[in-house]
Design a protein around this ligand. Sequence first.
Ligand code: GDP
Length: 592
Amino acid sequence: MGTDKIIQLPHSITVRDLAAMLNASAVQVIKILMNNGVMASINQTIDFDTSAVVATELGFEPELEKEEELVEELGELPLWRRLILGESPEDLENRPPVVTILGHVDHGKTSLLDAIRHTDVAGGEEGGITQHIGAYQVTHKNRPITFLDTPGHAAFSSMRARGAQGADIVVLVVAADDGVQPQTREAANHAKAAQVPIIVALNKMDKADANPDFVKRQLADIGLVPDEWNGDTFVVPVSAKTKKGLEDLLETINLVADNIMIKANPKGRTIGTVVEASLDKTTGPMATLLVQNGTLKVGDIVVAGEAYGKLKALMDQYHKRVPKAYPSSPVRVMGLNTMPEAGDLFQVVANEKEARNIVAERKAARELKQHSKRSTLEELFSKVKSGETKELRLILKADVQGSLEPIQNELELLNKKQKDITVNVLHAETGNISESDVMLAAASDAVILGFDVDMDQGARKVAEVEGVSIRLYKIIYRLLEDVEKALKGLLEPELVEKTIGKANVIAIFKVSKGGTAAGCRIVSGEIRRNALVHLIRNNVSVFDGEVYSIHREKEEVRDVREGMECGITLKGFEAFQVGDVIECYVMEKFGG
Ligand code: GDP
């Protein structure tokens, strides 16, 4: 065998990356894996022994990659993987897939959900699923499938944005007579971003002008290459109207579910997502919870967002009382003290005291934010209108005297133009925004405007705690424009940095591909993959960028919390020094 066929493979690799390394298609690799009894999806990570089998079948001579430290590309973990991170593999059991339906308006999402709901025979004697609780389960060939009943990617993404990702599989509805439309593309992108596999339901096949071949070409163009063309996407022709193809669709869902091996530990900690909540006149707050790990029982004490309570009753989709709900089951619960919000995560806690403490902390954190909220530029106008304020107080910081003066002069002019409100510059100075500037702003309810300056680390922190609004500019007229807009009430909300965690760099080591990782201890909060960071050295930010990866032991993780040790790599930065601080932050609307 020629040495040119020797290939170095890492300890673990995703199917996608393996295919690329072996110059094969992902489908080819998946087929070889299947022939060897391994069901793997394109994003799944397989170990060296498994990838070596594939490489050998494709005529390579695999070797284990030699390296000091291994950094693998896992991709962002789907929520259910994160929820079961602490569970031992031997406790994990298969659970039903949770499916959400996305697609362009009028392509038949609601009709399809209704049609699928009517395939349910389990509830036959009760007259089928009559209760709309935000999610329902149907059974195909003795295997349950859970559907989220609120179609549309707005719901899907708002759940995702809140850290809750209910769905394991997306069914993308495309009308065969209308083809790929803007929301089809958007929905596909949302699903791809969430790394959730997509099945296309080619709907309205009963229509005379249905043109499936044309639509398949359109799908291929947006990266959803149909399976029959050797692609990765199953395209199932259906009609929500005549009900034709529904069985095939359910069959395909089960097939894809098998491939991604959706698991949970029914005996593990009970956690999941709030699907919807409503207020019932007689029973009080009701919420539909989707159990994602563990088992939910009557009598459990649950915290969901800022709601908590001892569950008095669980009800299934037939409005029947049930004692328990297992992973992937949607269940209507009674007993929460108030309504949680759709998309909130819920968890079972040990006792009411713990529940009350968690909720009190959450409330306090939210209220503190609201109360400490001082004048931001965009809020000013409403205060002026309500007569609360007659003055816009500013603190100006600029790089040099030469820029400070023109700004002050322009603000004077603005003052003369404006009758019902005055612009009052409390403090104008050259230099970076300091902690004392922020304290002044906090004490006098002023807004800080910086021109071509930076913020000291201390200042950033105090601003966050005190809720002081700081805006930084590089162009003078933009600064003036914003002040003028604020006076007229036209300003868009600003985004501010909120520190979510800090890590001390305690060691430095090389990783594969020649990169450098920082061995870190998390000293406060949490560090998340892909989050924004400042690399602080001697109190000065020497690099602003993003977290690229976080490893604990050899495992890539999505986030790490206070007290943990881990390896961190940043995008575009390797020159770590022991003693550096990695400060992780998010941008959020002022006042949250
Ligand atoms: P949504 O906006 O995606 O939820 O779409 P709807 O389910 O409300 O359907 C939009 C329209 O298409 C309605 O008038 C439905 O009756 C019709 N429709 C949905 N599915 C089919 C189908 O399979 N065949 C035909 N002929 N019409 C359908």
